[in-house]
Design a protein around this ligand. Structure first.
Ligand code: NDP
Length: 241
């Protein structure tokens, strides 16, 4: 409560839900986005309508200069940054043999270099006793065909989480959550009904997660209640794996 929170990729999907929920709980939000300006503004409007505080800041997380500017603008506006939620991400689904070099670069630039860039900024600029939450994915454990690049990128995020939690110091906790299939564009795009149903049957609740299922866990991890949890990857997947 009452923390300044950067949520990367908060124009849509899980990031938007996190931004709205944390704002409801009294946090001040920086809604980061790369391309979806209209959607990012809608997130800010929704938060303000509900009595919260938010600003939208454009920055491609894979671009170091833009990430530096994201942190600087956030600090200019709110005076500090207490919580970083590395939610921005993309998924390129193809059998490994069909992935192009461009696919590899794009997948790793956004999911891995994007997280690396914001962690470097956080090292110098996040408040003492701050909190960092990275978004991994349950696909790291599921090892599904066509997920080689995506799950490799998230495995890298998990390892940076574990190592960085021991490096950053200043009372800052660093964790990752690994959601299972969640009802957003990233998950639904290009998937058949049949494949979606097959995945749904693999969790213990027989339904797709909603972004709110994930945001509620982030709310706990972004609060001081969870301060003694650090360096962990927490599965948020209804017993899927
Ligand atoms: P969506 O595709 O719905 O939303 C992705 C968000 O990330 C958008 O706000 C988008 O902004 C932003 N984004 C993409 N690229 C960049 C970039 N280069 N710089 C800044 N922002 C960017 O995805 P989800 O909400 O489903 O996913 C959120 C996170 O959760 C991701 O890291 C994903 O890997 C992870 N996850 C998702 C699961 C799922 O089933 N949905 C399961 C497990 C993990 P813009 O529109 O402006 O480009």
């Amino acid at each position: 409560m009452n923390k300044v929170v950067i949520v990367t990729g908060a124009s849509r999907g899980i990031g938007k839900e996190i931004a709205v929920l944390l704002a409801k709980n009294g946090d001040k939000i920086v809604v980061n986005y790369a391309n979806s300006e209209k959607e990012a503004k809608n997130t800010v409007e929704q938060i303000k309508k509900e009595g919260g505080a938010a600003i939208a800041i454009q920055a491609d997380v894979s671009n170091k200069k833009q990430v530096t500017s994201l942190f600087d603008k956030a600090m200019e506006h709110y005076g500090q940054v207490d919580v970083l939620i590395n939610n921005a991400g993309i998924m390129i689904n193809k059998p490994l043999a069909e992935n192009t070099e461009a696919d590899f670069i794009k997948q790793f630039d956004i999911n891995v270099k994007g997280t690396f860039n914001t962690l470097q900024e956080a090292f110098f600029k996040l408040s003492d006793n701050g909190i960092i939450i990275n978004l991994s994915s349950s696909t790291v454990k599921l090892m599904l065909p066509s997920y080689a690049l995506y799950s490799a990128s998230k495995a890298a995020v998990e390892q940076m989480t574990r190592v960085f939690s021991k490096e950053i110091g200043r009372g800052i906790s660093v964790n990752a959550i690994a959601p299972g299939p969640t009802n957003t564009e990233l998950f639904l795009n290009g998937k058949s009904e049949e494949f979606i149903k097959t995945l749904i049957r693999q969790n213990a609740f027989d339904r797709l997660a909603e972004p709110s299922d994930i945001a509620k866990v982030v709310l706990f991890l972004a609060s001081d209640q969870s301060k003694w949890i650090s360096g962990q990857v927490i599965g948020v997947n209804g017993a899927m794996v």
